[in-house]
Design a protein around this ligand. Structure first.
Ligand code: SF4
Ligand code: SF4
Length: 561
């Protein structure tokens, strides 16, 4: 490979790379505002100016191709003077309202003002004033005074979202961003412009003024809005999720996530309708019960049915660990092969960017983990038919809403002799249940999902449930930290009395004389990877932060809406 020399270090680069790309690949940072690795080069901010031997003037590193033998200086006197000048120019009309800006603490302009500017202003004239609160669309707010005209937002809409909605108008210090006449910025990926805006000019209408960035903890996770499994960070303050942001993973979602995933997939965690205790139906009423009472009641009632009268419905929303124990519980404890899960698909949701037709995060994992009917067992349609014919008398439903999915079967489900439901929130199925176990959400437990391309990815507890030990699944703090969980350990916010599905099933199996002995989600995964060929060789360390591809080819065989 060819070489260039940057600040005295000889580095290799790939033919066709610019200086900024070559430097970045070798861990050398050249400051930049308008350059982004996934957008076209616009070269307008000039903060990436570098000195190149034998070139008469400074050049911008974002658009100058690296060439064999090139000698580059990023910290020379000339370069530092240019950086100071660019920063002075960008800050002339900037309102310097960091104390009230959502971006403070994660703002490139703020960071660079410390690093690349002289630290004081010579400007005494009146600053140019522009509109400070312009709703560009339903989800994004624009502050014209903070904008440094880098054009990242415009290029994102044009090149990534494929929906040109923004443009510059006016010139010089009056230049600003607007939507085209009659348009608003409402593309399904619009909120990525907030992440890539290098200043606080674009903010989230949902998150604005809710918290300072340094007051929140963040935990690496996976979006559960569809089977893409975009990598995310969950941001929490006082045990409450305040926002999700995308986490870079080139093999899954690059730098992006969709607005639905960002806004609609965590609100149930904080919702008022969370189920906060096990519940038992007595004299037609659902009443709160202790875990022991609920486990005992469920165990004794389940024992009264013969195996053909029972069906178990797993979940494409639950983890592989949950589904593996659902399958094991059904086959070894209840000894039934009537086992399946409900597929949730929406062709209108899918696009060519990230969003998939399967609007659940783990249907592939549920199936691989064993949630499928035995040879003589019933699938979901067979189970529904058998409920109607009163052949199935007891349903054990995991983290789903069968009544919402199949409203035509509501009366038949209501007439069941026993209906046990694991759920995090109230829904149409919990309203008919005889026993409800409060299930931890994806943001409250450890586990794994398999995405649409067969990549196994980790989720971690970002908020704690009633007993911290339960949320931690027995993991030590140092191990949690190793997995990227900056856990909100001393959170004072409300804590829900819920448990992961795999853990509830472990207790219930014990009460029924079964043998499911697991103390951590990681132990369940260990057994799953030793048992199911597709997961062979994987463990939580191997999966790491960016996931690991299954050994088996995945077919996305979605069957039922
Ligand atoms: S709003 Fe942000 S991303 Fe868009 S041009 Fe201004 S500074 Fe750049
Ligand atoms: S594309 Fe799917 S996984 Fe990604 S953010 Fe959107 S809903 Fe979530």
């Amino acid at each position: 490979m060819p070489n260039i020399n940057i600040d005295g270090s000889s580095i290799e680069f790939k033919q066709g790379q610019t200086i900024i790309e070559a430097a970045r690949d070798s861990g050398i940072t050249i400051p930049h505002f308008c350059w982004h690795p996934k957008l076209s080069v616009s070269g307008n901010c000039r903060i990436c100016l570098v000195e190149v031997e034998k070139m008469p003037k400074l050049v911008i590193a974002c658009s100058t191709l690296a060439s064999e033998g090139m000698v580059v200086y990023t910290k020379s006197e000339k370069v530092i003077a240019a950086q100071n000048a660019v920063m002075e120019f960008l800050l002339i009309n900037h309102p310097l309202d960091c104390p009230i800006c959502d971006e403070a603490g994660e703002c490139k302009l703020q960071d660079y003002a410390y690093k690349y500017s002289v630290g004081e202003s010579r400007f005494v004239e009146e600053k140019v004033h522009k509109d400070k609160r312009v709703a560009l669309g339903p989800r994004v707010m624009f502050d014209g005074e903070r904008c440094i005209s880098c054009s990242r937002c415009i290029r994102f809409c044009d090149e990534i979202a494929k929906d040109p909605e923004l443009t510059f108008v006016k010139r010089g210090d009056r230049v600003t961003i607007v939507t085209y006449p009659g348009e608003e910025m409402d593309n399904p990926y619009s909120m990525n412009t907030i992440d890539i805006c290098p200043v606080g000019a674009l903010t989230s209408r949902d998150f604005r003024f809710k918290a300072r960035v340094w007051d929140m903890s963040s935990t690496n996770s996976i979006c559960n809005g569809c089977s893409r499994g975009c990598n995310t960070e969950i941001w929490v303050r006082n045990n409450k999720i305040l926002r999700l942001t995308p986490r870079h993973n080139e093999a899954v979602n690059s730098y992006w996530m969709c607005d639905h995933g960002r806004l609609d997939t965590f609100k149930n965690v904080n919702a008022e309708d969370r189920i906060n205790s096990p519940q038992l139906r007595k004299d037609g009423q659902l009443l709160e019960a202790s875990w022991d009472e609920a486990i005992e009641e469920a165990a004794s009632k389940l024992k009264s049915f013969n195996k053909d009268q029972v069906a178990v419905i797993g979940s494409p929303v639950a983890t592989n660990e949950d589904n593996y124990l659902v399958s094991k519980f059904a086959r070894t404890v209840l000894q039934t092969g009537n086992l399946d899960f409900i597929r949730h698909t929406n062709p209108d949701f899918a696009d060519d960017i990230l969003r998939t037709e399967d609007v659940t995060p783990n249907s592939t994992g549920a199936e691989l983990a064993g949630v499928q009917p035995s040879k003589s067992g019933l699938d979901i349609q067979g189970i529904l038919k058998a409920i109607k014919e009163k052949k199935i008398k007891a349903i054990y439903l995991i983290e789903d809403d069968i009544v919402e999915s199949f409203p035509e079967f509501e009366n038949a489900i209501a007439a069941l002799d026993l209906f046990i439901v694991h759920s995090s929130n109230q829904n149409k199925s919990t309203a008919l249940a005889d026993v409800i176990f409060p299930a931890a959400t994806y943001a409250e437990k450890n586990g794994t999902f398999v995405n649409v391309e067969g990549i196994v990815q980790r989720i971690r507890p970002a908020v704690s449930v009633a007993e911290q030990d339960r949320a931690l699944d027995g993991m030590s703090m140092s191990r949690l930290d190793k997995f990227g969980t900056k856990y909100d350990r001393w959170a004072s916010g409300k804590k829900i009395n819920a448990l992961p599905t795999w853990k509830i099933l472990t207790s219930l199996a014990k009460a029924m004389g079964g043998k499911l002995k697991f103390s951590m989600a990681e132990n369940v995964f260990e057994e799953l990877s030793n048992t199911v060929e597709a997961f062979k060789g994987l463990d939580y360390d191997v999966i790491g932060e960016l996931g690991s591809k299954l050994k088996t080819e995945i077919k996305n065989n979605i069957k039922v809406s």
